[in-house]
Design a protein around this ligand. Structure first.
Ligand code: 4NP
Length: 153
């Protein structure tokens, strides 16, 4: 069983999309997916309406998700921790207890563009098209993630 965690700032826009997209591609007996935020602003809330809407457009339902904050226990509970941007990446590394934790943290777009450290742009203050753009970037990244993991059904 591989356990994958998607992380952004608020856990309401980007990481819920990454969570829903990857979950839709995996065999749940082999891979489990969750998401969290580095900030607590939106804990307990549904994903942003614009994320719900763009996911729904592609037949993915993310309304079962509720925002939560990343905790140090997540280093034990997950095998890979994908961050959406560089600030999430450094915020998570700050909580690392050592090399074993640090090794688990990756920038998700490095799956598409290795070693480039590209960020998934924060769509929160923009319009709907920003969410569509984020969706497409995460769809491409999650397709690669699922193909690199053993997901045999
Ligand atoms: P997310 O987007 O990190 O993709 O969930 C944001 C959500 C909320 C805020 C910022 C980014 N905020 O400032 O409340």
């Amino acid at each position: 069983m591989k356990r994958i965690l998607m992380v952004c700032l608020g856990n309401i826009c980007r990481s819920p999309l990454a969570h829903g997209i990857l979950e839709s591609k995996v065999n749940p007996e082999k891979i489990t997916v969750d998401s969290a935020g580095t900030a607590a602003y939106h804990v307990g809330k549904l994903p942003d309406e614009r994320s719900i809407e763009v996911a729904r457009k592609y037949n993915i339902n993310i309304t079962n998700q509720r925002a939560r904050k990343f905790t140090v226990n997540d280093f034990d509970a997950f095998d890979i921790i994908y961050t959406m941007d560089e600030s999430n990446y450094y915020n998570i590394l700050t909580l690392s207890r050592g090399e074993a934790d640090t090794c688990k943290v990756k920038m998700i777009l490095n799956e598409v563009y290795p070693d480039q450290n590209n960020s998934v742009p924060d769509p929160y203050y923009g319009g709907k098209e920003g969410f569509e753009n984020v969706y497409r970037m995460l769809e491409e990244a999650c397709e690669i993630v699922v193909n690199t993991l053993d997901n045999e059904r």
